[in-house]
Design a protein around this ligand. Sequence first.
Ligand code: 26W
Length: 811
Amino acid sequence: MTISKAAYMERAITDKLMIHFGKTPDQASESEMVKTCALVIRDQMAISEVETRKKTLKNHKKQVHYLSLEFLMGRSLMKNAFNLGVLPQLKEALEHLGFNASDIFEAEPDAALGNGGLGRLAACYLEAMTTLEIPATGYSICYELGIFKQKIIDGYQVELPDNWREVGDAWLLPKPEEAEEVLFGGQVQQYWENGKARVVLEGATKVTAVPCDMIIAGYKTKHTNVLRLWDAKTAMPVDMSFYSRGEYVKAVEEQAMAESISKVLYPEDKHSEGKSLRLKQQYFFVSATIQSVVRKHLATYGTLDNFHEKNAIQINDTHPTLVIPELMRIFMDVHGMSWDKAWSITTKSVAYTNHTVMWEALERWSQTLIERRVPRIYQIICEIARRWQEKCEKFYNNDETKVRDLAILWDGEVRMANLCVAAGMAVNGVSGLHSEILKDDVFKYFYQMNPEKFQNVTNGIDHRRWLAEINPGLDALIQECTGSDKYLSHASELQKFDKFADDKSVQEKLAAIKLENKKSFAEYLYKEQGVVIDPNSLFDVQAKRLHEYKRQLLNVMHIIYLYQKLHDDPNLVIQPQTFLFGAKAAPGYDVAKRIIRLINSLAKAIENDPVCRDRLKVVFMENYRVSLAEHLMPAAELSEQISTAGKEASGTGNMKFMMNGALTIGTLDGANVEMHDLLGDENMFLFGLHADEVVSMKREGYNPQRIYSQDDRIRRILDQMRNGFGDGERFEGLYNRLLMGVGGSPADDFMLLADFDSYAEAHRRMAETYHDKALWNKISIHNIARSGLFAADRAIAQYADNIWHAEHKKI
Ligand code: 26W
């Protein structure tokens, strides 16, 4: 049976290769093979997509529209084949054609249309929405360049463009017949027509938005969904008179300007820059999306009166906030609705997810910029803001501080988060703790006005990708112990694995799987980067964007501490450890880049040090990305989740490590809190201040200099950091940041010194536990077995039940 299916697959591949590239398998390159396989799989999905669309229309089901400026999709070939249930035959066909299947999978470029957690979450959610058979569409921009590729040269981060589309295009279906026009600039004109006020925009610049659809396969379902990526094209026809007037260059210039909108993903994380092009990107994808949604709705129902009953629009952080005024504009200016009716429908359709409490990341746009780029949208925002302010003044009896806090327009700026909370039908945080902080702090006055709006949906990850697909050894063990593959559809089944925690033979099998995974990762790292690591050392991993609040620097401080300890006592017996870092720094974030440089100095120093080199190893993994994470997670043993409490909204890497059996060393922050609820103190290495203690310690006047002067270890670590490691690099800037505060930010803003002692103590407990192999494996089993809560399926079911009110397959 499988043989014939594989033969069928092989035939499809050879035919496609011939038609598309005019080649036979022996002539095809790996890239051509990736593209060919993608086209074969895409054809299969395209058929189900047509069927799904028909069914959704016929059944008049409520649809979900997930708007996000980022979708960090990663690779799709193996994932789609896995979900469609054709992975075995695809592998067999490739091998039979003379290719190494894993080389082919490895040759696919990541579709890296995102920065980090927020973008990867959107990708995991699309998969889960599809598996749960929710009619859903993701919307974003078809960036030509995804997040930059990171090279490390002489210890420094260097950014290179990521041109993913050469091969990645194979997944995209352009739909020029569904293009939309988006207008920028111009003047708003109002006039009366048949007793009704009409608003039109004159002299605006048109940009055409062409959809490129990426089909998403679900697991064990024929249901498919689509990620619709908008490509910006100039709307100008090739106007000959333009050219004859000698304005050739101008014509080409305008084209380049329009098309620059979808050129590049902004590589910022946690810092809103207020750049005009970024605003254009936001309006471009929002306007195209809403026009397309409204057009399809009208084609089905012939009325907009039931728009909110048939559509739920989820906005992923504030980046798509302009959907709110854009819906108002289309309802009123294009379809003649009254303000009140348009507002009532809009506010029943849109929901907002917040992903950060860092003030730098809360988007604020200059009013003049918005007015210039999208004048009609600006008018509508002003009117929303005026009405909102009236409401707030009434509710809070003109209390000025509260009204100011709640304002949408303030001090020449538009506050996007406030607009979202004022207009959204629901607002949610992404972990229990984070959602509480939103209610008690960030949006406290909003919460007092509308407590029923505020919800929590703890993040989740696609466990089919992040466990079954990337860790087949563990997948097999779980299936063996739980008796079936049921956990793939019902992640809560993982619980059944818990009772094997004390089973010696299961512990040993798990240890053997981990060791295999560590060996494969060591090989991978050697191939990619030429670095040798020892699979028998403990793999201690911190992989995430580089940011001060995530405290990679605390990890570094502790490694320096171990390094100095070994120097004090060269005969000290310690567990050999490999510290793996993976992190991109935003190109303009100098402190983050300095920390990367420091990690590389430390790595070099240890490598050249005969006392330490057999016991400690530090590796900075270049270009951390989804596909690297897929190799890394199965091999990790210790997961570093050490953010300053109250700062990490949720974290999702923490969940991926846990699911693959790593133990966590972490603070009570984000979803770590919920992990701790499931695991207890005995199955996790908890340390550090709690979120409320961070706040109160800051209020009472935190003094890192005192810690520095009283704790010898800390003084030595920081002094070493300042002086560097003898390679000509000194890190006085970082030292000053911890002790003096620089450029307006307080000394040690993220409280590394306050948490150091407790962190070192947790590491000590960890090393002791690692020594007891049986205990370590037992804890690892508990971690895997209790990670089912963090499946994206659970999170999506909550969104569907509590926010979207959309039907879904039960899990
Ligand atoms: C405007 C620049 C910018 C770009 C991205 C500001 C903020 C962001 C994101 C909100 C940053 C982000 O990725 N947040 C992460 O979202 C994850 C998914 O919910 C959480 O797990 C992480 O804790 C959170 O940092």
